[in-house]
Ligand binder design. Structure first.
Ligand SMILES: Cc1cc2nc3c(=O)[nH]c(=O)nc-3n(C[C@H](O)[C@H](O)[C@H](O)COP(=O)(O)OP(=O)(O)OC[C@H]3O[C@@H](n4cnc5c(N)ncnc54)[C@H](O)[C@@H]3O)c2cc1C
Length: 586
């Protein structure tokens, strides 16, 4: 089938914070840029970010980027690349002020500066005591950020393709990426978007788990496209569980609640974090708090009739603080757990939240693969930024508020790199088989009779991931998980849909999304089973310690043959001395 084709200088897949920050850079440089999104741009998951964006502005207490960098390296459990982490923390104040000047409605301190609150793992003086580093707009920071970036993009003339789903990358024989094939959800029309630069900004894939804070659209599409194109996915075993998802619903209660002074209690009313993290207490980093909560529950000190959750107390902050700084949280608690936090504690459990791994990139946003000599080689024409990318600044565990920062820093950097890489030349001819893969996927759904049910396959995938690859990981359970997820992946190749209509056929969209979720689930389970240590979010009962001698390296998973490879961590920063690995205590 010959597909219609449109040409652009750059195509950005994803209109969340990272995609829109990158697109803004491109549109302001007068490039022809297309931004594709499955949903209206301001409905991207970035809109749900509550707590804030990290930057060492020092508006409330003394701070500097060296401390921020130290916290991020330590938070990553020494798996983060120190060149990229230095770049991010050093650039943070600049991109946050830039956002302020774009019109972002931050909360203010009494003297008119950007308001900052404490957040988990962000400390003063190389880990001494918590510091106010999260720049916040009440508990709706992502909402404010996304709207600000959208409005700037409209002004700059970015062309949005709303309710378009990108299906697969186009590559030529040399491996250069020439654009994407995408489908318009409203009409079912399939189109080639050809571009000199393709930038993936498709966000996370929390939907591989049964209990998740992520939006339904967070299905790891960019990762699926990359895996099918023969490129690796990096560090996929590291999935962050957020300590405070609403019990039963999974909806997020921001760490900002603890930043404002809330704390966790077990069924005895004990503030147990004092035992696990004597200095940072409830503001220790997320992996530490999630494990402490899971331990309390496992040892029978959970709250409720089934002793299966923890209580988050904030009534002592007073109604005024809750109304002013945490209004959205109060709404969520009332809606999803029927509790008014002004009076009673909120029941919470650790919930899948953030994917530390992703598409391997350098700190310019270029997608990289190993060059066979221990270094990196750039994939021409392909860039990635935001949660779908693994730069890697978050290593084995991300600090709260470092993701919104990552979107701004690396969205902008990737945009700038696209501009400097761009050559004045006509678009290359497309190989005749360029669109074969996505067309075959669509054709299968078209012709498949009596296929596997998409809903059943995806529910089984979520169950397997939740049971076998959760907060605590056990060797037998992981091995069984690998077997089960391989079976689910096999079933996923035979999914079919009853409704073959074209117009707004969400069944077809869901079937295409499940293809992507499955790649992410496979990569996560197989990488986790292979990593024989505990580091950051990856906690194994049979290897309870971090093992720097054997495992201070990044995992690469390839779809072809479910193969794993490893590459070294970049331990050398750009301008400062490296932070040497130490035992992590909070
Ligand atoms: C509830 C919640 C609260 C959070 N709070 C914070 C916080 O306070 N601070 C912080 O730093 N981080 C926070 N995070 C993490 C952070 O918000 C996310 O990591 C970040 O917003 C992801 O942004 P993104 O630009 O990578 O992708 P997203 O914002 O997820 O956007 C992805 C975009 O890609 C598009 N897309 C995906 N697939 C396709 C496809 N196939 N074709 C076309 N378009 C596609 C989508 O339509 C969407 O526009 C939070 C996360 C959650 C879930």
């Amino acid at each position: 089938m010959a597909l219609a084709r449109r040409e652009f200088d750059a195509v950005v897949v994803g209109a969340g914070g990272s995609g829109m920050r990158a697109a803004l850079e491109l549109a302001e440089a007068n490039l022809r840029v297309a931004v594709l999104s499955k949903v209206f741009p301001t409905r991207s998951h970035t809109v749900a970010a509550q707590g804030g964006v990290a930057a060492s502005l020092g508006n409330v207490a003394e701070d500097n980027w060296h401390w921020h960098m130290y916290d991020t390296v330590k938070g990553s459990d020494y798996l983060g690349d120190q060149d990229a982490i230095e770049f991010m923390c050093r650039t943070a104040p600049e991109v946050v002020y830039e956002l302020e000047h774009f019109g972002m409605p931050f909360d203010r301190t009494p003297d008119g500066r950007i308001y900052q609150r404490p957040f988990g793992g962000h400390m003063q003086n190389y880990g001494r005591n918590p510091v106010e580093r999260a720049c916040a707009a009440a508990d709706r920071t992502g909402h404010a950020m996304l709207h600000t970036l959208y409005q700037r993009n409209v002004r700059a003339g970015t062309q949005f393709f709303v309710e378009w789903i990108a299906l697969d990358l186009l590559r030529d024989a040399e491996g250069e990426v020439l654009g994407v094939v995408a489908m318009e959800i409203e009409t079912g029309e399939v189109l080639i978007f050809q571009a000199h630069a393709t930038l993936l900004a498709t966000g996370g894939a929390g939907r591989i788990f049964a209990s998740s804070t992520n939006a339904f659209i967070n299905t790891g599409d960019g990762l699926g496209m990359v895996a099918r194109a023969g490129l690796p996915l990096q560090d996929m075993e590291f999935f962050q569980f957020h300590p405070t998802g609403v019990y039963g619903a999974g909806v997020l209660i921001t760490e900002g609640v603890r930043g404002e002074g809330g704390f966790l209690l077990n069924k005895n009313g004990e503030r147990f974090m004092e035992r696990y993290a004597p200095t940072a207490k409830d503001l220790a980093s997320r992996d530490v708090v999630s494990r402490a909560m899971a331990t309390e529950i496992k040892e029978g000190r959970g709250a409720g009739k089934d002793a299966d959750h923890i209580l988050l107390k904030l009534d002592h902050l007073g109604a005024e603080v809750i109304h002013k700084r945490l209004p959205g949280i109060r709404d969520i608690a009332i809606k999803f757990s029927n509790v008014d936090p002004v009076k009673d504690p909120i029941p919470v459990v650790p919930t899948a939240h953030y994917m530390m791994g992703g598409i391997p990139t350098n700190y310019h946003g270029q997608v990289v693969v190993p060059d066979g000599r221990g270094g990196d080689q750039v994939v021409r024409g392909l860039y990635a930024a935001g949660e779908c990318a693994c730069v890697s600044v978050h290593g084995a565990n991300r600090l709260g508020c470092n993701s919104l920062l990552d979107l701004l820093v690396f969205g902008r950097a990737a945009g700038r790199r696209v501009i400097s890489d761009l050559r004045e030349e006509p678009h290359k001819p497309l190989p005749s088989d360029a669109a074969d893969r996505p067309l075959a996927r669509l054709a299968r759904l078209e012709t498949q009779k009596a296929g596997e049910s998409v809903a059943e396959v995806s529910a089984e995938m979520r169950r397997v991931m939740q049971t076998h690859c959760g907060v605590f990981r056990f060797p037998d359970s992981l091995a069984e998980g690998v077997k089960k997820i391989l079976t689910v992946a096999e079933r996923a190749q035979r999914t079919g849909i009853q409704d073959k209509s074209k117009v707004f056929n969400t069944a077809r969209v869901e079937a295409l999304e499940v293809d992507n979720l499955i790649e992410v689930a496979l990569a996560t389970m197989i990488s986790a089973e292979a990593r024989k240590e505990s580091r950051g979010a990856h906690d194994r009962s049979d290897y309870p310690k971090r093992d720097d001698a054997n495992w201070m390296k990044h995992t690469l998973w390839y779809k072809e043959g479910n193969r794993l490879a490893y590459k070294p961590v970049k331990a050398k920063p750009l301008t400062v001395e490296p932070f040497e690995p130490k035992t992590r205590v909070y």
